[in-house]
Design a protein around this ligand. Sequence first.
Ligand SMILES: [Ca+2]
Length: 197
Amino acid sequence: MARGLPRLPIKGPLAVVAVLIALGVGAVTWAEKSGWLYVWVPALTPPPLSDGGAGTLLKVRDGDTVEVRYHDLALAVRLRNIDTAESAHPDAQRNTALGEETSRWAKSYLAGVRVRVEFTRKDWRIDKDHHGRALGLLWLDRDPVGPGPEDELYNETVIRLGYSRYVTTYGTGGPYHQRFSDAEAEAKAAKRGVWRR
Ligand SMILES: [Ca+2]
């Protein structure tokens, strides 16, 4: 009788199934850790930003892109329905004075503010732009903490101040369509930012 050989507690087809399950669990754990799960996979309900680690704005890249703490990762969020002038484009020709102004304003306006990100979904996935970045609405969460009428929709503010047109490349603002349209009309009438003559 063979002795001292390591033996699996199960064998045959069952062992194959067990290995497949272990690999599957490992893959899902990795995907969640890396954030991949939330952006690319059919997230049933994207876990709200206000859970665990929440509301932390890590970095303002420019007027329309921020990094937020999302669970334990830094997630770049492209703010939907706006597109501000370039200020940090590798091709310096594309950077403009208005872009610099917008970026400076955004960094100062968002400094120290508590935020929430509202993601939108297309079918069952978080909406993304052409570069694969998550699209979101940025809420400035004023007191009391959590959603409420006191909170400010940053995307709308950007449009109202003329730092961006109301952009519908990735779809309209949905429930915020009227607000975005009104904000754009106001900016146009006052000839702000991109509407300056
Ligand atoms: Ca609030």
